[in-house]
Design a protein around this ligand. Structure first.
Ligand SMILES: Cc1cc2nc3c(=O)[nH]c(=O)nc-3n(C[C@H](O)[C@H](O)[C@H](O)COP(=O)(O)OP(=O)(O)OC[C@H]3O[C@@H](n4cnc5c(N)ncnc54)[C@H](O)[C@@H]3O)c2cc1C
Length: 512
């Protein structure tokens, strides 16, 4: 298959770009599971943008820079913040229903690190609402073809590229398990995050860092991989897998309590309390749990009016109730979990990577917006702003050459043997995720990072042997990707000899 645009991923980044790119040429979106199996679909809080008359671009910029702990790209922050309201309005034009005030204006939520109410939301189901609208628009758009259960295994690089290496599409495992090339003039990585590198995560199963891994393997630059954001409050319940308790619960007055029912944030962040940035809240919780040996802490919003809680957080309320927990009456047990990858494939202000004709958008990318710590609700914003940027770049600069050489340098795999022991794969998933959780988590130490590196290196050798020997499966490829992403995180963490933002290392507790 040959298309003008190959978009890898069907979350907010991929679908937003695909809808626009359809004005320029043929678009194929591949997605490794169903089209709504995305982190986007799980987003609760909303999209940060300046709408309130008392708010200003300057304040949103300042909050973003403050969270980013000195290494955001200020030009990028200004651009994203200023473009934000227009992009949110565009979502509304596509049919996204955000919660409104009686006067018709947007009801804006407050989240940690934001000095103002500025988060446009659809109660606590914002991502689902956005994904719904984007999918509905895509289905009406004849220029976009969506292939579900198609996984990008690797990127294809032109054999005759000079200077900057040129991406010409991807090799893809299709829904029949067959490996085939999809050739494209422009390839856009929109593969989301990498939470599955860690044992506990708020992310969906698709979040295996594939975009970072495939781009790195063909020589694209990646950056800021040490900055993994741990969400402070994931539901702690043996029957709940990856269920997030939105930051907005703290924004609406939820307080954190330890086992002794003490509001411990008073000791860590006496001014901002529960609304300090995520890194600070997650570290405080980690410290409380480690000191007391408790399995969790508690988030309490039961002092607020029950009707308000039920209306504002219908999803969280009903999920907890289904587990026997009435959040209008009792505190919610919570733990931190890996949530967002601030680093990723390095891009310029147009979403272009260091490889020709390869773009990266959304959580897969590292644009310079988040720096050392993402401000809550800035990621959906980044995805829509950069989808537009990449589209504008393509519109202005791309002249399709009919004689464009898209000859892939494909090495035919002749391996026929099927793996008969899935345990070889599953065991290694567990080793990587536990090692990362225990040794490369919220609070780091050089000696533990070195142990982790050794373990992950051993696992990577084993995975390479498995890949060499057996027919490829998606499970195998995901394992190879999380192992590579894990080692990129460890290497970046070892290189940064200071504590900054999300990277806190005991040997170097100060910011340089
Ligand atoms: C529980 C939760 C709540 C959140 N709440 C908020 C919030 O309130 N506000 C906010 O701004 N951010 C929030 N975030 C973060 C935000 O949702 C994500 O950063 C954003 O949705 C990422 O969008 P994306 O398009 O980059 O990736 P995703 O939405 O994750 O989509 C990735 C897509 O890539 C596909 N894919 C991956 N690998 C491959 C491959 N190899 N081949 C083919 N397809 C592939 C996947 O199948 C999927 O379709 C939240 C995240 C989570 C997990």
């Amino acid at each position: 298959m040959i298309v003008d645009f190959l978009v890898i991923g069907s979350g907010i980044a991929g679908l937003s770009f695909a809808l626009k790119a359809a004005n320029l040429g043929s678009v194929c979106v591949i997605t490794k599971k169903g089209e709504v199996d995305t982190a986007t679909n799980l987003a609760q809080g909303g999209v940060a943008a300046v709408f309130d008359k008392d708010d200003s671009y300057e304040e949103h910029i300042r909050d973003t820079l403050e969270a980013g702990a000195g290494i955001c790209d200020e030009g990028v922050v200004g651009m994203v913040v200023r473009d934000g309201p227009e992009r949110v309005r565009e979502l509304m034009k596509m049919g996204v229903e955000f919660m409104r005030e009686k006067n018709g204006g947007l009801n804006l939520g407050r989240e940690g690190g934001h000095s103002r109410r500025r988060v446009a939301h659809s109660f606590d189901l914002t991502g689902k609402e956005i994904e719904r609208a984007l999918v509905e628009n895509i289905e009406k758009c004849s220029g976009v073809q969506i292939l579900e259960n198609h996984m990008c295994a690797d990127l294809l690089i032109s054999s005759e590229s000079e200077g900057r290496r040129k991406c010409i599409g991807a090799s893809v495992i299709d829904d029949q398990g067959e490996l085939k090339p999809i050739l494209a003039k422009i390839t856009v990585l929109c593969t989301g995050g990498a939470g599955k590198v860690y044992l506990y995560t708020s992310n969906p199963d698709i979040a295996t860092g594939d975009g970072v891994a495939v781009a790195y393997r063909v020589g694209a630059e990646v950056a800021n991989m040490e900055f993994v954001q741990f969400h402070p409050t994931c539901l702690y319940h043996h029957k709940a897998k990856n269920f997030l308790i939105s930051e907005a619960v703290r924004g609406e007055g939820g307080i954190l309590l330890n086992e002794a029912k003490e509001r411990f944030m008073k000791r860590y962040e006496p001014e901002k309390l529960e609304l300090a940035t995520r890194d600070k809240v997650a570290r405080a919780i980690d410290r409380e749990m480690k000191t007391s040996g408790a399995d969790c802490v508690y988030l309490d919003i039961s002092h607020k009016d029950g009707n308000f809680v039920r209306e504002r957080f219908p999803n969280i309320y009903s999920k907890c109730l289904s587990l026997g927990l009435d959040i209008t009456k009792e505190p919610i047990p919570v733990v931190p979990a890996a949530h967002y990858l601030c680093g990723g494939v390095k891009t310029d202000v147009w979403g272009r990577t260091t490889l020709k004709n390869l773009f990266a958008l959304g959580e897969t990318s590292c644009t310079g917006l988040h720096g050392a710590n993402r401000l809550a609700s800035n990621s959906l914003l980044e995805a829509i702003v950069y989808a537009e940027r990449a589209y504008q770049y393509c519109k202005k600069n791309l002249v399709w050459k009919t004689e464009e050489n898209l000859t892939p340098n494909l090495q035919k795999r002749t391996v026929k043997e099927r793996i008969d022991e899935e345990i070889l794969i599953n065991h290694n998933w567990d080793v990587i995720r536990r090692t990362m959780w225990n040794y490369v988590g919220i609070v780091r130490k050089t000696s533990r990072l070195l142990v982790a590196r050794e373990r992950i290196d051993d696992v990577r050798k084993e995975i390479d042997e498995i890949i060499e020997k057996y027919q490829l499966t998606t499970n195998m490829l995901e394992l190879r990707n999380i192992s590579l992403v894990a080692s990129l995180i460890i290497d970046a963490a070892l290189q940064r000899k200071e504590s900054r933002g999300l990277h806190y290392i005991k040997d170097f507790p100060e910011k340089l």
